[in-house]
Design a protein around this ligand. Structure first.
Ligand SMILES: [Zn+2]
Length: 229
């Protein structure tokens, strides 16, 4: 699962919980940030094999710390706690819980897509429904999830028409990136290159999510010359 993870980030944001979209963008991919870091450190292991599954080249044969069920639960609780205690002292318990659930949603969506490479505990009892074996179906699910998440985001948040268009444009860009990832043939990257790519692309998306909600670009997006005197 790739861009489908962001559906949860979009859907989780509301006017009430006031969690920044960029925080949710980190939360839903937090397990992959840990994974990419541990792969770079040589602690977790990855093979990139052309045609490993129809929809992905990743053979994550050893990732107990980032992607076991127990690991995912611990990271989810950890991030919720950090958000509550250190990041935003005024955050409600409810908002912290949502951030924790956003982290855990990563494991659920990976469980649907991954072949049996997700351990329950340590490196034992591997599970995964393997939707990646059905390329079109998996792609369809990613896009449907993302579209659903964006629809909910637009419904639950009062934002200007211009910014709405920017959000939809970002969604379209994510779908195009997913098309490239799923359907465009390419020579496999090394494990370290893949991990670097995760850090670069995911962080780029976090920056876009930040710009969508605040800062100068948001003011420009909301600028309406007809309302000026
Ligand atoms: Zn993952």
């Amino acid at each position: 699962m790739f861009v489908g993870h962001y559906s949860v980030a979009f859907a989780a944001k509301s006017e009430q919980n006031r969690i920044p979209l960029w925080v949710l963008f980190i939360a839903v991919q937090f397990l992959d940030y840990i994974w990419a870091t541990l792969v770079l450190l040589g602690i977790e292991k990855l093979r990139v094999i052309k045609g490993f599954t129809a929809g992905s080249m990743l053979d994550s044969y050893y990732h107990p710390y980032s992607h076991s069920l127990v690991g995912a639960l611990i990271w989810s609780a950890f991030v919720a706690l950090v958000y509550k205690k250190f990041w935003q002292a005024k955050a409600s318990n409810w908002a912290a819980l949502i951030v924790g659930l956003a982290v855990f949603s990563h494991w659920i969506l990976d469980f649907i897509a991954h072949p049996r490479d997700l351990a329950i505990y340590d490196n034992k009892w591997k599970v995964g429904l393997g939707l990646w074996n059905y390329r079109g179906l998996e792609f369809g699910l990613e896009v449907a999830l993302l579209a659903g998440g964006i629809v909910l985001y637009l419904a639950w948040n009062a934002i200007s028409a211009t910014r709405k268009k920017a959000v939809i444009g970002f969604g379209i860009a994510l779908v195009i990136i997913q098309i490239g990832d799923t359907f465009v043939p390419r020579t496999p990257l090394s494990d370290r290159e893949t991990a670097m790519g995760v850090w670069i692309f995911y962080t780029l998306f976090v920056v876009v999510a930040y710009l969508l909600e605040k800062g100068a670009p948001a003011r420009i997006l909301d600028y309406n010359p007809w309302s000026q005197r």
